[in-house]
Design a protein around this ligand. Structure first.
Ligand SMILES: Cc1cc2nc3c(=O)[nH]c(=O)nc-3n(C[C@H](O)[C@H](O)[C@H](O)COP(=O)(O)OP(=O)(O)OC[C@H]3O[C@@H](n4cnc5c(N)ncnc54)[C@H](O)[C@@H]3O)c2cc1C
Length: 349
């Protein structure tokens, strides 16, 4: 059975099969609805049903509460149409233009850059040019069919190889194997298939608002790609990066970021460490990274914020920036690095 879906603001229309999610059908039609995890955990794809009905697959209550559902909100990454729909959703320019493909790659290099972070370089087939927007991610397709998402850390113009920053999540099905004493995953020369590019976490360059970049841990990966892209494009928008970690070594490319300051006209870097030990001799900013932003910017009403990393950091930043500093919720762009643990928390159908 096929249903029609109309986006109220733009009048764009696409068709969705009964077993399609609204997001999958939109992407297939080349229409860029905002989204992140595609698992019902992060809430980036939340929009409103103006008319019609949907059925949700299992998702997280934190991404869509019962009250929001009662008010007609839906998570389009896991909502299937039951009849024709009219929806209210932002359309993201540029997101639907690049085809999402499955590609093979070969692991070219794996470098440990912190006790729990590796930088992985994936070599693409010689004839392939892989197009994406700085900030987007790919899904690695593992041998058992499971998928794991990783943000691409290089700007597209530097992408002869795909660069990923992978943090060890203890107990994690995939990263435990990468960080094992005898790794069984992601060794040089391994073949890895992936699908991408995915996500709508990229710079909205139709705005001239000053930018706050907020990264926790490996959330720096897509932010690095965005900054490299801005260097290429000689972006002049004021930009401050707040990069947070528990210990100084969590800011595993600190020196590179300091060099960015010399290559980008109006770029500042604020490293923030929350749990430094005496032996670290840390003299920089301390505390939660998103609170450091609020200490420096009492008013964010004229800013755009791009935040990436641990879900708790993203959620706290969104909440506090909007409620305490007047940030417009529509100007908060984020990719939350959700894991199986987040999917298991508060599941609702
Ligand atoms: C859009 C996106 C982009 C991402 N980009 C990056 C990136 O650039 N870099 C990066 O490091 N990570 C990134 N991630 C996270 C990444 O995709 C993986 O989730 C992460 O690497 C963990 O994978 P894993 O297989 O090792 O752990 P998982 O198997 O997902 O397990 C994670 C944790 O959950 C626990 N767990 C597993 N199952 C359950 C259960 N049923 N109940 C309770 N707990 C459970 C495990 O013990 C473990 O502690 C991204 C995620 C998203 C959604």
């Amino acid at each position: 059975m096929t249903f029609s879906v109309t986006i109220q603001s733009s009048g764009q229309q696409f068709s969705a099969e009964a077993d399609d999610t609204v997001l999958a059908a939109a992407l297939r039609a080349g229409i860029g609805l905002p989204y992140g995890c595609r698992n019902g955990a992060c809430g980036s794809c939340k929009g409103k049903l103006v008319s019609g009905h949907v059925e949700h697959a299992v998702h997280q209550a934190s991404a869509l509460s019962a009250e929001e559902k009662a008010q007609g909100f839906a998570l389009f990454c896991c909502a299937r149409p039951l009849d024709d729909l009219v929806i209210s959703a932002r359309v993201v320019k540029g997101a639907g233009d690049i085809p999402i493909r499955k590609l093979p790659s070969r692991v070219a290099q794996v470098d440990k850059v912190a006790p729990d972070v590796v930088v992985v370089l994936l070599q693409l087939p010689a004839a392939e040019r892989f197009q994406y927007l700085a900030g987007q991610y790919i899904e690695l397709i593992l041998k058992d069919g499971k998928r794991r998402s990783y943000s691409m850390a290089r700007a597209p113009h530097l992408a002869d190889q795909v660069e990923l920053h992978v943090r060890h999540v203890p107990g994690g099905a995939f990263t435990d194997q990468i960080f094992a004493e005898t790794p069984t995953q992601m060794r040089p020369r391994d073949i890895l298939r992936f699908e991408g590019p995915l996500g709508t976490f990229f710079l909205r360059d139709d705005s001239d608002k000053p930018i706050i970049l907020l990264a926790s841990g490996t959330g720096f990966a897509p932010i690095k790609a965005i900054i490299e892209d801005c260097i290429l494009k000689k972006t002049r928008r004021p930009m401050v990066l707040y990069w947070g970690g528990r210990r100084p070594h969590d800011l595993y490319m600190d020196q590179l970021v300091r060099e960015f300051s010399t290559r980008l006209a109006d770029f500042r870097y604020v490293p923030v460490v929350s749990d430094a030990l005496a032996e670290d001799h840390w003299r920089g900013r301390t505390g939660f990274v998103h609170r450091a932003v609020l200490e420096d910017f009492a008013d964010l009403s004229g800013h755009q914020v791009y935040a990436c990393g641990a879900p708790v950091v993203i959620d706290s930043a969104r909440r506090d920036f909007v409620s305490e500093a007047g940030l417009s919720p529509d100007e908060f762009y984020a990719d939350a690095f959700t894991t199986e643990a987040d999917l298991a928390r508060d599941p609702v159908a």
